[in-house]
Write a protein that binds this ligand. Structure first.
Ligand code: PLP
Length: 357
């Protein structure tokens, strides 16, 4: 569809397609939400905050969240930016840092929102093939590598949807090797076992690390994400935010997010439970003949050499189980399966055993 009223760029956009949110009751292993609820303390704090104070605008820099993040991660408050989900933080980062004369680099198999932002902001990009086993090769991102000096770099680590992570040393090699541009590390899944690049942010002015409360803190519905980086990158994000929407984080979200980050006990308990279930599901899938890169996330990216992924996904759907399939080159035989509860994963394994029998 198109319309004569649209700006030309709108006709050319290829918008991101989110995973389905079904109306009927299903086992939902398709959008990497947490199977466990958010921190009860965060829920109570938000209930308590439903009152007359909502007539006031919130803090325009989400100070309560920035303070808690700065304490939690050991960084200064002026190194923290908070947004309406990390997707918004990423969008502002693309706008603020990547509109350069040289192209942005990111992996060919990666978060499918990145090319969408490039379309929105008119950013030239070059996708860099990951290896056959889905590894990101740091040398490919260095100015002396195949693509020359980049105008910007964005990498999710662990990568989505492959689940593979870079080591901290590999991240540092990319950041240190590219002082000419901003490097954004998307750590949406870092709490499930990978190394975070946050400690490098005090050493490198060009590094921005983005995290979210949607996955490991079970607050996808609240829409809170944040970035940690040098004060000059944070100021760039603030300039873009204040040219778009000064109050992206509402008062309830600010209170809930801060309380969720402070509830370390609930966070540890739930993320460790997800990791345990993941490793057990990984073993069960291998027994059924599936192949998957070792995941450091809350999902497993798996294929079966003897069974078509589209048919498997359809068979699971008939049995009331949703998983994600991407109709994209190189990965169209894979299923991305979010980690559910132990019971949900057991039902998944039963269904898959039936389908491949
Ligand atoms: C889920 C996800 C996000 C977005 O998270 P929100 O904070 O919910 O917007 C960002 N990057 C990657 C790689 C993700 O998988």
């Amino acid at each position: 569809m198109t319309s004569k009223y649209w700006s030309p760029v709108v006709s050319r956009l290829s918008p991101y397609t989110p995973g389905e949110q079904p109306k009927q009751k299903v086992i939902k292993l398709n959008t990497n939400e947490s199977p466990y609820g958010p921190s009860p303390k965060a829920l109570q704090a938000m209930r308590d905050a439903c009152g007359d104070a909502l007539r006031l605008y919130p803090s325009f820099t989400a100070d309560r969240v920035r303070r808690v993040v700065s304490v939690n991660l050991g960084v200064a408050m002026d190194q923290v930016f908070v947004g309406n989900g990390s997707d918004e933080v990423l969008a502002h980062a693309f706008n603020a840092f990547f509109q350069q004369s040289r192209p942005l680099l990111f992996p060919d198999i990666s978060y499918s929102f990145y090319p969408t932002y490039c379309g929105l902001y008119g950013i030239a990009f070059q996708s860099v093939p990951v290896t056959e086993d889905f590894r990101i090769e740091p040398d490919d991102y260095l100015p002396g590598g195949p693509h020359g000096p980049a105008g910007g770099i964005i990498l999710p680590t662990p990568n989505a949807p492959t689940g593979r992570a870079l080591s901290l040393a590999e991240i540092e090699r990319i950041v240190a090797g590219n002082p000419q541009c901003a490097v954004v590390i998307d750590e949406a899944y870092v709490d499930f076992g990978a190394e975070s690049a946050v400690p490098l942010t005090s050493k490198y002015d060009n590094l921005l690390v983005v995290q979210t409360l949607s996955k490991s803190r079970a607050l996808a519905g609240l829409r809170v994400g944040f970035a940690v980086g040098s004060p000059e990158l944070i100021e760039g994000l603030n300039r873009v935010k204040d040219s778009f929407n000064s109050y992206p984080v509402d008062s309830l979200a600010e209170i809930g997010a801060a309380a969720a980050i402070e509830d370390v006990e609930h966070f540890e308990k739930t993320r460790l439970a997800v990791m345990k279930t993941r490793d057990e599901l990984d073993a069960s899938l291998r027994k059924l003949g599936f192949e998957a890169p070792r995941s450091l996330t809350n999902f497993i990216f798996a294929r079966h050499p003897g069974h078509d992924a589209v048919k498997l996904a359809a068979g699971l759907r008939e049995r009331g189980i949703l998983v994600r399939h991407f109709r994209l080159p190189r990965i169209d035989q894979y299923l991305r399966i979010s980690i559910g509860t132990d019971d949900e994963c057991a039902l998944l394994v039963d269904a898959l055993s039936e389908l491949i029998a």
